[in-house]
Design a protein around this ligand. Structure first.
Ligand code: ADP
Ligand code: MG
Length: 241
């Protein structure tokens, strides 16, 4: 049986005694995208940060590809979790060339690292900028380089916190689709955080609807859209058409 790329069991995070993440359990299969969808302040980023290992959990377990990376005893450091990260303002290194940005997290001989960088830049349509520098690229192009960089070390899981929010609509659709195609090709499990129902409907294999720290509904996008769990879920989806 294939193990999930990512599994969380009953993750909890409390601030000042209040659970801002309250028993969150998720499971993501290879090549699948789960959207963690909910209003601002419901605990999405905190969940993501615990999985990344940059925020400590108070209870629960996290598994990557079947391996326990965190519980109250075990604590694998972020860089050893096989987890990639993309954020809206996840900047490129300005002093490194585009190729060196992509190769940054890779190990091994320089020639092999540059080869992998070249393949990924070709895949995102930016081969011609191999020796260029970030400031010579548009915002959308920089986002594509950030994607290539995040995926270069072949993480089992990609964690994305509203990475497309800063892009204008015209660019956004193309980058979103290319990003998902690439991650699916690589068999990565994707957890995408968003507060926009439209984005989740478009990108998710499964939506985890979150409110006040809890997953209130979990399912395929159209099941959730057609049968929202309660009035609050109806209201939240009302701006999608
Ligand atoms: P979202 O990403 O869904 O907008 P967050 O996970 O950023 O939500 O935040 C969830 C809640 O936890 C918010 O009420 C936020 O104010 C609170 N919170 C997040 N980080 C901290 C912190 N370091 N200390 C205290 N409260 C925090
Ligand atoms: Mg957030």
């Amino acid at each position: 049986m294939t193990s999930p790329r990512l599994e969380t069991r009953d993750l909890v995070r409390r601030f000042d005694g209040k659970a801002v993440v309250d028993h969150v359990s998720l499971s993501i299969l290879p090549g699948n995208v789960t959207c963690l969808l909910g209003p601002s302040g419901c605990g999405k980023s905190t969940t993501l940060r615990m999985i990344a290992g940059v925020e400590q959990q108070d209870a629960g377990e996290i598994y990557v590809d079947g391996r326990l990376v965190c519980d109250t005893v075990t604590r694998v450091p972020p860089e050893k979790r096989s987890v990639g990260l993309m954020f809206q303002d996840f900047a490129l290194f300005p002093h490194l060339s585009v190729a060196d940005n992509v190769a940054f997290g890779l190990k091994g001989p320089k020639a092999a690292r540059r080869k992998r960088a070249g393949e990924l830049l070709e895949r995102v349509g930016l081969s011609h900028h191999f020796d260029g520098y970030p400031h010579q690229l548009s915002g959308g192009e920089q986002q594509r380089v950030a994607l290539a960089r995040a995926i270069a070390p072949k993480p089992k899981v990609m964690l994305m916190d509203e990475p497309f929010s800063g892009l204008d609509n015209r660019l956004r659709d193309g980058i979103r689709d290319d990003t998902l195609d690439l991650l699916k090709e690589e068999g990565t499990g994707v957890l995408l955080v968003t507060h926009e129902p439209e984005e989740a409907m478009r990108m998710a294999d499964e939506i985890a609807l979150m409110r006040d720290g809890r997953i209130v509904q979990l399912g395929a996008p159209y099941n959730i859209y057609n049968s929202p769990a309660d009035k609050a879920a109806v209201a939240f989806f009302s701006d999608v058409n």
